[in-house]
Design a protein around this ligand. Sequence first.
Ligand code: P1T
Length: 382
Amino acid sequence: MTEHPGFATRAIHAGQAPDPTTGAVIPPIVASSTFAQDGVGGLRHGYEYSRSGNPTRTALEECLAALEGGTRGFAFASGLAAEDTLIRSIAKPGSHIVLPHDAYGGSFRLFDRAYAPWGLRTDPVDLTDLAAVEAAIQPGETLAVWVETPTNPLMSVADISAIADLAHSLGALAIVDNTFASPYLQQPLELGADVVVHSTTKYCGGHSDVVGGAVVVADPELAEKVQFHQNALGAVAGPFDAWLVLRGLKTLAVRMERHSDNAEAVADFLLGHRAVSDVFYPGLDDHPQHDVAKRQMRRYGGMVSFGVGAGEQAAVDLCGRTEVFTLAESLGGVESLIEHPGRMTHASVAGTALEVPGDLVRLSVGLEDAEDLLADLDQALR
Ligand code: P1T
C-alpha cells in the first residue's frame, strides 16, 4: 500500500493481504477452534485457540484499527459485549463514569442496572453543555467521560475534542461510541479521544445480517489490558461474524455517502411537513449543534428522528403504516427502518433520566431510491 492510503483503500485492503498459501483474495473464514502446534508451544502464526486469536478476526481487527487510526482494534460478539469488555478492562468498584443523558438505552442499562450492583457510579449529563460536563467530572475519581455522538435517538452532537481536553485536564479518559457516525464520517481518536467503541451490527456490517462490536484504542498499554480481558472474558466475534463485518467495511465509504444523501432528502422533506413537529438531524442548519457537527463530521449520516405533532399514539400508528421503511429495531443496514424508540429500543430507560419523548419516531434511512422513501413517508403521514 502507499504510505498514507485513503479511507476506502484501507477499508478494502488493511489486514486483508491475499492469503499466502492459496492466494485467496478475500480472507478465508477460519472456522477452526484450535491450531496445531509444532512441539509444545510451537505456534505457527501465533494462533493457539480461537478465543485468544483467530485469523479471520485478526483481519477485521487490523482493518478496524486502520480505519479509526488506532494502535489496536478488538472485535466482539456484540456492541454491548465490546462496551462490557472495555469497562471491565479499566474500571474497579467505586469508579465513576460520566454518561450522556440521551445515550442508547442498552448502554445506559449496562451501566445503571448491570454495573451499579458492582459499585460503579455514573452520572447522566447533557454532553452538549461543557460546563455541566466539567461539573460532573470528579477529579481523581472519574475514570471516563462516555461520549455518544450523534446520540441515539435524539441526534444531539457532543464536541469530541473539547470533551477530550476537559476529561484529560481532570484525569479522565474520553471514550466515544462512534456507531451512528461510523469511522468514515467521524474520527474520534484524531479529535483527541482515547477509545472508540462500535456496535458493528450497524453501519460497519451494513447489511443487517450480523451482530458484533468493536473497541479501538490509541494507547498500547490500554490495548494490552483490553486484549487480556477480551481473552479472559471471552465475548469474541466468531469467524463468520468477523468475516461479514469485514465484507461490510469494504463498501462503508460509498454506503455512508448514499445514506447521507438520502437522509438529507428525508430530513428536508420532514421539515416541510405539517404533521411533523420537530426534525432531529445534525445536517440541518438549525440543529443546535450543527456547527460542531460540521467541524467534526465529514457528512451527517443516515439517522433521522422526528416528533409527530399529534402525539404518542399517532407516532405509534405511523410506524405501522410505512411500506418501504420496515418497522424494526436496529439501524445502519442498506434497507430503511422505522421504529418508536419509547416503546422499542429505549423502552428499558422508561422512568429514568434517559426516557425519550413518546411522540418520537426514529428512521434509519437506507440506500433505496430517495423518491420512494419520500413517497412512503408521505403516504404514512397522510
Ligand atoms: O446491539 P449491540 O450490537 O450490542 O450494540 C449496542 C449499541 C451500542 N451503541 C449504540 C449507539 C447502539 O445504537 C447500540 C445498539 N442499538 C440498537 C440496537 C438500536 O436499535 O438502537
